[in-house]
Design a protein around this ligand. Structure first.
Ligand code: SAM
Ligand code: SF4
Length: 463
C-alpha cells in the first residue's frame, strides 16, 4: 500500500498511490487550502503538500470556504500558535456537519508529538487524519484512506529518511526556499525542534545543486537555503556549508543566494571567507543570539558566550564590511535576572541589528528549561519584551538611516496598487524598498536609490 522505496537514508516517492487518489477525484473539480503556521521550513513543507495534492488532481482554493480539503500545517515552537490552531480547527465543526465529504487534515511539528496527535483526533472527531512533518510523503496514502472513510494518525519517522523526489508548488515564481538540512542536534534547553523534527540530516550536495539548477531553469533567480542550523551542513559527509555555497554560486541563472538560520557556534572563518568570496551570496546573516548574558546562554545550552558572539560579529564585519545582521532573542528565560536582561539590551545596542524577532520564553513540555523552578512571571516577561522592542525599534530606524542616498539592486517581488503602482523588493542586505514603477517589472532586478527612510522600510526611486 505504501508508495515508497527506501535506499539508505533516502526515500523515493513512487507514483502509484497519488494516481489512485487522482482516479477517485478526477473530473470532480476538487480544491484544497493549506493554512501554514510557523517558520520558513513549514512554508516550504506546505509547498510540497500543495505539489502532492496537485498530483492527486486537486487545485488550489483562495480560502478555506469552499475548499474540499483543508490542511493545517502546524508549529509548536511557542505556545500561542497551538492555541490559535485548536480554535481554528474547532471552528470547522459546523462546516463538516454541513459537508461530510470535507477532508480535514492536521500536520507539521505539533503532530509529530504522539500525545498531541492523539489528543487532536480525540477532541475533534471530524478531523480525518493527522501526520507528522517527517512523513509528508505519505500524504497520498492518507488522502486515499480519508476518501474511503478511514481516520488515521501517522507520526513515525522512518529512520529520519529524506524524501528526495517530492513535487512542490512554489509559492513565489522568482525566489525559492531550498531545504539543505532537516532536524537539529543542538538541543538548546528551551527548544522543542530536535524532539519533533528529529536528528540533523543533510541532503547530498549533488541533490541540493540539482534542485537549484532545476529552479534556475524554471526562471527562479534567488534561492534561500534552509536549515535549523545551516552552518553545520554536511556534518559527517565530508563537505561543509562553505563547499555548498561555492557549488550553488556556480549555478547559471541564480543571481542571489540567501540562507537561514546560522548558529553562532558553527560560524567558522572558512565560512565567513566563503560568504565574502562568492559574489551571489547576499550580505545578510540571520544570526540568532537569544540572550546577551553568558550565564543565560550557558543555561540555554547555546555553546557560546557573550564575548565569543561579539568577537564573531567583529570578525564577520571585518571580512564582509557591509553585511547586515538580524537575530532572534528570548526574554524571560528561567532564572533571567534584571542584570541578565540589561546584558541583552546592551548587546543589542552594541551589535545594531537591522531587525530582530523577539519572543517571550514559552515553556515547552519535554525540554530541559520547562522543568526549571525559577520560571519568570508573565508580567516581567511582558515588560522586558516591551523594553527590548522599544530599543530594537530605535536601532532599526537608526540602521535604516544609513541607507539614505544608497544605490542598490532589488529583486522586484510584488506591487501595491492603491493609487499609483508601488513596487517592492529587497536589497541584497535584506532591506525592503518601496518605489513607484510598473508591475511588468515583477521578477526583474532594478537599481534603486533610497530617498526616504520609514521606521521599518525604505522608500526609493528607480534609475
Ligand atoms: N534553528 C534556529 C536557530 O537556532 O536559530 C531557530 C529555530 S526556532 C524555530 C526560531 C526561534 O524561536 C529561536 O531562535 C528562538 O528565538 C525562538 N524559540 C524557540 N523556542 C522557544 C521557546 N520555547 N520560547 C520562546 N521562543 C523560542
Ligand atoms: Fe532549536 Fe537550538 Fe536547534 Fe535552533 S539550534 S532549532 S533553537 S535546538
Amino acid at each position: 500500500m505504501q508508495a515508497k522505496q527506501i535506499e539508505s537514508n533516502r526515500i523515493t516517492l513512487q507514483k502509484g498511490m497519488a494516481r489512485e487518489v487522482f482516479e477517485l477525484v478526477k473530473d470532480r473539480n476538487r480544491t484544497y487550502f493549506v493554512e501554514t503556521y510557523g517558520c520558513q521550513m513549514n512554508v516550504r513543507d506546505s509547498e510540497t503538500i500543495a505539489g502532492l495534492l496537485q498530483k492527486m488532481g486537486y487545485s488550489p482554493s483562495e480560502s478555506k470556504d469552499g475548499a474540499n480539503v483543508i490542511l493545517f500545517n502546524t508549529c509548536c515552537v511557542r505556545d500561542h500558535a497551538e492555541k490559535r490552531l485548536l480554535a481554528n480547527i474547532g471552528a470547522l465543526k459546523e462546516r463538516k456537519e454541513e459537508d461530510p465529504g470535507l477532508i480535514i487534515g492536521i500536520c507539521g511539528c505539533m503532530m509529530q508529538q504522539q500525545d498531541v496527535a492523539k489528543k487532536v483526533m480525540r477532541r475533534f472527531p471530524f478531523v480525518n487524519f493527522v501526520f507528522g512533518t517527517n512523513v509528508l510523503w505519505r500524504l497520498p496514502e492518507l488522502m486515499f484512506s480519508a476518501l474511503n472513510g478511514e481516520r488515521l494518525i501517522l507520526t513515525e519517522e522512518e529512520g529520519f529518511a529524506i524524501c528526495e523526489s517530492l513535487p512542490a508548488l512554489r509559492s513565489n515564481p522568482f525566489s525559492a526556499f531550498v531545504n539543505i538540512t532537516f532536524g537539529c542536534d543542538n538541543f538548546c534547553s528551551y527548544c522543542i525542534v530536535p524532539y519533533v523534527r528529529g536528528r540533523e540530516r543533510s541532503r547530498a550536495l549533488s541533490e541540493v545543486v540539482a534542485e537549484v539548477r532545476a529552479l534556475a531553469e524554471q526562471g527562479i533567480t534567488e534561492v534561500t537555503l534552509l536549515g535549523q542550523n545551516v552552518n553545520s551542513y554536511g556534518k559527517g559527509m565530508g563537505v561543509d556549508f562553505a563547499d555548498l555555497l561555492h557549488a550553488v554560486n556556480g549555478v547559471d541563472g541564480i543571481r542571489r543566494i540567501r540562507y537561514m538560520s546560522s548558529h553562532p557556534k558553527d560560524l567558522t572563518p572558512r565560512l565567513m571567507a566563503a560568504i565574502a568570496e562568492n559574489d551571489k551570496v547576499c550580505h545578510h546573516m540571520h544570526l540568532p543570539v537569544q540572550s546577551g548574558s553568558t550565564t543565560i546562554l550557558e543555561r540555554m545550552n547555546r555553546r557560546y558566550t557573550r564575548e565569543g558572539y561579539l568577537h564573531l560579529v567583529e570578525d564577520l564585519r571585518g571580512m564582509v564590511p557591509d553585511i547586515e545582521l538580524t537575530t532572534d532573542v528570548i526574554v524571560g528565560f528561567p532564572g533571567e535576572t534584571d542584570r541578565d536582561f540589561q546584558d541583552t539590551l546592551s548587546l543589542m545596542d552594541q551589535v545594531g541589528y537591522a531587525a530582530a524577532f523577539t519572543f517571550k520564553y514559552s515553556p515547552r513540555k519535554g525540554t530541559l528549561a520547562a522543568g526549571a523552578e525559577d520560571q519568570i512571571p508573565e508580567a516581567v516577561k511582558k515588560e522586558r519584551l516591551k523594553k527590548l522592542n522599544e530599543l530594537q525599534g530605535r536601532k532599526t530606524a537608526e540602521n535604516n538611516l544609513k541607507y539614505l542616498g544608497h544605490r542598490g539592486e532589488v529583486l522586484v517581488e510584488g506591487f501595491d496598487r492603491r493609487g499609483e503602482t508601488i513596487l517592492f523588493g529587497k536589497l541584497g542586505v535584506f532591506k525592503m524598498v518601496y518605489f513607484p514603477g510598473d508591475e511588468k517589472l515583477l521578477g526583474t532586478y532594478q537599481t534603486v536609490t533610497v530617498t526616504e527612510c520609514a521606521r521599518n522600510s525604505l522608500l526609493g526611486r528607480m534609475e
